[in-house]
Ligand binder design. Structure first.
Ligand code: VGL
Length: 194
């Protein structure tokens, strides 16, 4: 099998102290780095995504501007292109990342499938070109971008696993629901703590 690893949105704004800080986010960054040292060679490609929003608009209603964010589909300003908040967390070793995907320029884009690489290639085109048939998913946030990315990966007909110890969620309840949704869609949870 040809395997890919997705590392979803391990960015400063999604870790402790960031604009949309997720508890456990910094630990996920460090733990993914440890995982990569041991396992990167098992993947044909390691693809990392970053949320990369516009500074000058609300990104299609994704940023709460005139009201409080509801933390479901409106959010505090986060991951503005070119800012420190949008950078990878420093504990994530980017040397072992083969391709960088940016998404969300002017729009809400939870899934890595909505992004493009630095060369402008879409993720589905890239996966087809490399013949990827198996995808492992890690990163932030379990209940939003990891969920959307894993669901799109499964819908693309590939065998998908979520490395649950290498994920962190915005809220406990929605994270439990997200794991159930993924499992129902045939995604393997590794480990599956249920
Ligand atoms: C995300 C909320 C808003 C994520 C992105 O990366 O999961 N969550 N934008």
């Amino acid at each position: 099998m040809v395997s890919a690893l997705f590392i979803i949105d391990v960015q400063n704004d999604f870790t402790e102290g960031g604009a949309l800080g997720v508890a456990g986010g910094a630990a996920v960054a460090a733990d993914i780095t440890t995982f990569l040292w041991a396992n990167a060679q098992d993947y044909c490609v390691v693809i990392a995504s970053r949320d990369w929003h516009d500074a000058t608009n609300d990104n299609g209603g994704h940023f709460a501007v005139d009201e409080e964010p509801n933390f479901v589909d409106t959010w505090p300003r986060h991951c503005v292109a070119g800012t420190t908040g949008a950078e990878y967390h420093p504990a994530l070793n980017t040397e072992q990342i083969s391709l960088h995907v940016r998404k969300g320029q002017g729009v809400p884009a939870y899934s890595i499938f909505e992004g493009t690489t630095d060369d402008g290639e879409t993720v589905p085109a890239l996966l087809d070109r490399l013949g990827v048939d198996r995808i492992d998913v890690a990163g932030i946030a379990t209940d939003y971008c990891v969920l959307a990315s894993a669901m799109d990966a499964a819908a693309s007909g590939r065998k998908v696993s979520v490395l649950t110890k290498l994920t962190a969620g915005v809220a406990p309840e929605s994270s439990v629901a997200a794991l159930a949704t993924m499992k129902e869609a045939g995604i393997t949870l590794v480990p599956d703590d249920e």
